[in-house]
Design a protein. Sequence first.
Length: 276
Amino acid sequence: MENILFQCQNKEDAYMNINWTQPITVYELIAIALSTIALIIPLIKYIYNHFIKKLKVDFLPSGMITLFHNRSGSYTSLGGVYEVKNKSTTIKEITAKVIRQSDNATLSLIWSTFPSPICRRVAGNFETSFETAHPFKVEADTLAPAFVEFVDKCVNMDEVSNNILYPVVCATMPIFSQPNATLPIVDGAVRALPEYALAKIALNDHFFWKADEYEMVITTIHSKGTFDKKYVFSLSDAESLRLRNNIDSVLISHVANHFGIPVQMNTVTKDFKEKK
């Protein structure tokens, strides 16, 4: 038994006894080099991806912008895609600033909803679904569509419009009660009210889309920073008037609702180009 234990001990000593005086063979050197490289590569990748590789984010617009003016005031919507390279990021907020070139009047807007680019036809009418604007993630080396509708960042125009329209609505109530109060009669009577004239002046004060040249700055806030894209477009007299005519539609909307008639609001769709 002792002989067996002695022999085993001798074998273990033989295996553990490394002769460091012998030179390393080429094959051993290659094996050590490959092992070292295998250990270093993940570290190099980590350093490159986290400290050297830079995030690149860009917004590529569809080339068309839609302008609105209604009870919610003057605002706009546009579509495009976000292109993200090298790293993923989260789009946290999108804002827009529209500057009228003749007088530097500024319309400050913030994202409100994501309108669907697909319209459905329901009972002869086209409908678009909306989703409340919210942050969204864009994976590395991908494109993410973004269709955004903006609202006034500084003023709650729905509340302002309601306050302006309130005297008109109150003055209209007795007209609804008159005999033979048909739509044409009520419409004409409401338009002749002094409250209507005063409200129209007040709503015109909040109209932004005058015939002019415009610059629009789209600001995107993402998880790694912020960047701006600048665009230009123009409005003709006819296009401005088309949007301004919506003020009368807003003023008479309670009459249309009383008779169950949908209110149609004009919009203007424009080409816009990146400012160089």
